[in-house]
Design a protein around this ligand. Structure first.
Ligand code: B12
Length: 317
């Protein structure tokens, strides 16, 4: 017997759970030649994990027995609370060191996972044999590729998923399930046109013309993921954790929809941490506190200190 669920039911639950949108694709094999080309050029830097699980990256259906569908969910972090905070930050000196916007919030990995499990539990009340596994970020497949196929946006020149309504300040998660549903049939056209603002804005020329990113040159890789110190030639432009330069340059982020998020709250400890950094009295206990609640989970204190030193050196030279 076919296990089918009406997509509208999933969408209703997704919006109730606090997502901005969702879309479904059939779990199937994809052509991922874009990934091998990217890896062959060494653009993954030291992120060797991207070279593993190639079978699953190609065919995410291998991740669940009898899988039929992948449902992709997006959540925007253009929230009203952050908009208010940004206004306050504008008043400060422009020598302030910055964290990428998404890291001002509570840990999106936890929040999205919880919301996705909630959706699965609700569905199981009516469909007890509905099975679902959830992924956020650590997914062994391209989340942007699936989201694009699911009709949630297009891939911009900066290689990010851009949604017409919410821009690129969005995060992605998925449920892989054993149920069929109604699949998306509309793929958003490429709406970058001739615009090259993100390419031009990147201080390290990390963005190539073919929508790929050389992670070796991306400050976000250098100040978050890379073990050890940042390469000398990299310019951080004040970013000591992650980077928003190519997102901020994007016209699709000029007039983003600002809203009250039901689930994505600010990590208030980040403000205390940032203040201590900009007052030159960084406090390890504030760092630990911010790390516990927030999205800066993958950085060690020593690395943050060396990022701060590097960013400050740029003001001197
Ligand atoms: C490794 C990684 C990084 C690396 C490398 C980034 C990169 N562009 O590859 C680093 C550390 C630099 C990084 C930085 C950031 N990241 Co990151 N990252 C990832 C991760 C874990 C894997 C990405 C990957 O596989 N890269 C390899 C390349 C080749 O593949 P790709 O990036 O998926 O994109 C290609 C395909 O989608 C392909 N494609 C597009 N359409 C189609 C259609 C078909 C049919 C096919 C076959 C292919 C195809 O073209 C794309 C470009 O080459 C994903 C989560 C995940 N599991 O997918 C998050 C993810 C991409 N990151 C995310 C975020 C938020 C960021 C930052 C904005 C954080 C910050 N503020 O600092 C920056 C943005 C930098 C940038 N411009 O990309 C979000 C992006 C959301 C969005 N709007 O797109 C993701 C999806 C995490 C999440 N769950 O939300 N990241």
């Amino acid at each position: 017997m076919n296990k089918y669920i009406d997509f509208e039911k999933i969408k209703t639950l997704a919006l109730e759970a606090g997502f901005q949108n969702c879309g479904a694709v059939k779990a199937k094999e994809y052509n991922i030649s874009f990934l091998s080309e990217w890896l062959n050029k060494g653009y993954n830097a030291e992120m060797q994990y991207l070279e593993r699980n190639i079978d699953k990256r190609k065919n995410p259906s291998l991740l669940l027995d009898n899988s039929q569908s992948i449902i992709s969910f997006i959540i925007s972090y253009n929230t009203q609370v952050f908009a208010n905070l940004t206004i306050n930050e504008d008043n400060k000196s422009n020598k302030n060191l910055k964290f990428a916007t998404y890291s001002h919030f509570e840990d999106y990995h936890k929040i999205i996972k919880q919301a996705l499990y909630k959706i699965i539990n609700c569905i199981q009340e009516t469909y007890p044999d509905f099975k679902g596994i959830v992924f956020v970020d650590s997914s062994p497949f391209s989340e942007k590729m699936i989201a694009k196929e699911a009709g949630l946006g297009f891939i911009g020149k900066n290689s990010l998923l851009i949604n017409k309504e919410f821009g690129s300040q969005i995060l992605i998660g998925e449920i892989i399930t054993n149920y069929f549903t109604d699949y998306n049939t509309f793929i958003e056209e490429d709406l970058c046109g001739d615009c090259k603002l993100c390419i031009e804005a990147c201080p390290n020329k990390a963005i190539n013309k073919d929508k790929t990113l050389n992670a070796n040159l991306c400050s976000s890789y250098q100040n978050m993921t890379k073990k050890g110190n940042i390469d000398k030639q990299i310019k951080l432009n004040s970013y000591i954790y992650g980077c928003d330069i190519c997102l901020n340059a994007c016209p699709w982020n000029n007039t983003p929809k600002v809203f009250d998020s039901k689930i994505l709250g600010l990590n208030t400890s980040m403000q205390e941490l940032i203040q201590s950094i900009n007052n030159n009295n960084i406090d390890k206990s504030l760092f630990n506190k911010a790390k516990k609640k927030g999205a800066i989970e993958n950085i060690k204190f020593q690395k943050l200190l060396s990022n701060i030193q590097k960013a400050n050196e740029e003001f001197i030279f």
